[in-house]
Each structure stands twice: as structure tokens, then as C-alpha cells.
Ligand binder design. Structure first.
Ligand SMILES: Cc1cc2nc3c(=O)[nH]c(=O)nc-3n(C[C@H](O)[C@H](O)[C@H](O)COP(=O)(O)O)c2cc1C
Length: 227
């Protein structure tokens, strides 16, 4: 099975949880896809303090909280669908903290997420309230983590964009145009994850046959094998 992990950055059970679930449901329409939902609501989430222990000790973030559990789930998944409410034209503090805590992915273990697939959804209370600027923040995380970012199927442009009118799940559901982008994002991520999963296996064999080593050559980003 190819696994898609849905992450909601909303601190309440409302529009963002609703749309992430809707995208996962659309993804499941592709046979062979299984999904899991993980939301920040009620979770213990600490901040990155730039202690650099991950770099010194060549580990993932040492802080024991719910983010640690999420990091394992991210490593396991073949694809990610990440949703956030729009807060001040960006993403929530909770999701920012999670992104910061994944710094070891590119500082300590480059290649950990390489060629996995990811797509994003943002939900704003205003029709044009910063859905696209918030998407950009999530996409920047995908790009710096070596994930393959997709905007979804044709018509989504750069991801799922929803207008909730500040009416929680009912508001998101009423935005039929936005929900269509969510469904197409879910399907697009699922298909791309399936292709990437099949392709990664073939490419590993091909690299072996060709004797190719394509691990990171950027200074200070040499991969280590974690215990
Ligand atoms: C602190 C804060 C900042 C917000 N900033 C924006 C914003 O910049 N643009 C916007 O369209 N909506 C903004 N909103 C509204 C939320 O994006 C909107 O209600 C969204 O649907 C909330 O997601 P939820 O239903 O999952 O909680 C903001 C809400 C809060 C609490």
C-alpha cells in the first residue's frame, strides 16, 4: 500500500480538519492508497530553540512530545497532504513549530524525504485572505525537504484553496469551488505518490546498476544513518 498522511494545522475541529479529511477521502479513491489523519488540535507541540543538538549528535529532534510521533509518521509516509488555516496571511504557529522541528531532515539526514510527494491546502475566512501566500510557506517546506510538490490536478493551480467565511466546516463545505480544488489536490497527490513509489523502487535498482551515487553534495548536508 502507498500511504498518504494528512496533517491539519488547525487548533480546532473546524474547516481545516474538514478539508484535509475530504482530500484524504478523494485520495483513497485510487486503489492501493491508504491514508491517515493527524491534527495539531490538543497535541503537545514545543518550539525549536536552535539548540543544534540534532546537528551535533546527528539525530532527529530530541524533544519528547507529539511532534516526535508525527516525525516518525512523516518518515513512514509516501505522500503528505498538509492543510492550514490562514492566519495573518500565513500558516498557524503550531504548523510553523512542526516545520521548524523537521530541520534535521535536511541538516542531518538529507534524502530522508527525497522524492516523496506532497500537496497543500489552505483555508481562509476571507475569499482572498492569503490562501496563496500561506500555501507558499508550506511549499517552501516541501522544497527544502526534497519533497516533490504538486498543486494537484489541472485547475487547482498551486493547491487547495478554500474560503470558510469563518463558519468552520459548514463554511468550507459551502465553498463548492474550493472543495473541488481540495478533491483534485487529494487525487493529484495520490496519483503522484503512487507513481513516485513505483518509480523510486525502479530508480534504486537502476542507480545500483549504473553505480550512481546521487546523495547530497552540499557542504554541511552530508547524510548520516540514524540508529
Ligand atoms: C489569528 C487569526 C488570523 C487570521 N488571519 C486570517 C487571514 O489573514 N486571512 C483570512 O482569510 N482569514 C484569517 N483568519 C480566519 C481563518 O483563516 C478562518 O476562520 C479559517 O477557516 C480557520 O480555520 P479552522 O476553521 O480550521 O479553524 C484568521 C483567524 C485567526 C484566528
Amino acid at each position: 500500500m502507498v500511504k498518504i498522511l494528512g496533517i491539519s494545522g488547525s487548533p480546532r475541529k473546524a474547516s481545516t480538519d474538514y478539508v484535509v479529511h475530504a482530500a484524504l477521502k478523494a485520495a483513497e479513491e485510487i486503489p492501493g492508497i491508504e491514508t491517515e489523519f493527524w491534527g495539531v488540535r490538543g497535541k503537545k507541540i514545543n518550539f525549536c530553540t536552535h539548540c543544534d543538538r540534532c546537528i551535533r549528535e546527528k539525530t532527529l529532534c530530541y524533544i519528547e512530545d507529539d511532534v516526535k510521533i508525527l516525525i516518525d509518521k512523516i518518515l513512514e509516509a509516501d505522500g503528505l497532504i498538509v492543510g492550514s488555516p490562514v492566519y495573518d496571511m500565513g500558516i498557524t504557529a503550531q504548523l510553523t513549530a512542526i516545520i521548524n522541528r523537521t530541520r534535521p531532515f535536511y541538516m542531518v539526514m538529507p534524502g530522508a524525504l527525497k522524492n516523496k510527494v506532497a500537496g497543500a491546502i489552505t483555508v481562509g475566512g476571507t475569499r482572498h485572505g492569503g490562501q496563496e501566500t500561506a500555501l507558499q510557506v508550506i511549499h517552501n517546506w516541501f522544497l527544502s525537504s526534497e519533497l516533490l510538490a504538486t498543486g494537484g490536478l489541472s485547475g487547482c493551480y498551486n493547491g487547495g484553496t478554500v474560503w470558510s467565511q469563518d463558519k468552520k466546516a459548514a463554511g468550507a463545505e459551502a465553498d463548492t469551488v474550493g472543495i473541488n480544488t481540495v478533491i483534485a489536490l487529494g487525487k493529484g497527490v495520490a496519483e503522484a505518490a503512487m507513481i513516485a513509489s513505483i518509480g523510486r523502487k525502479g530508480w534504486e535498482e537502476e542507480k545500483k546498476r549504473l553505480g550512481l551515487d546521487l546523495s547530497s553534495t552540499v557542504e554541511g548536508h552530508e547524510a548520516v544513518t540514524l540508529e
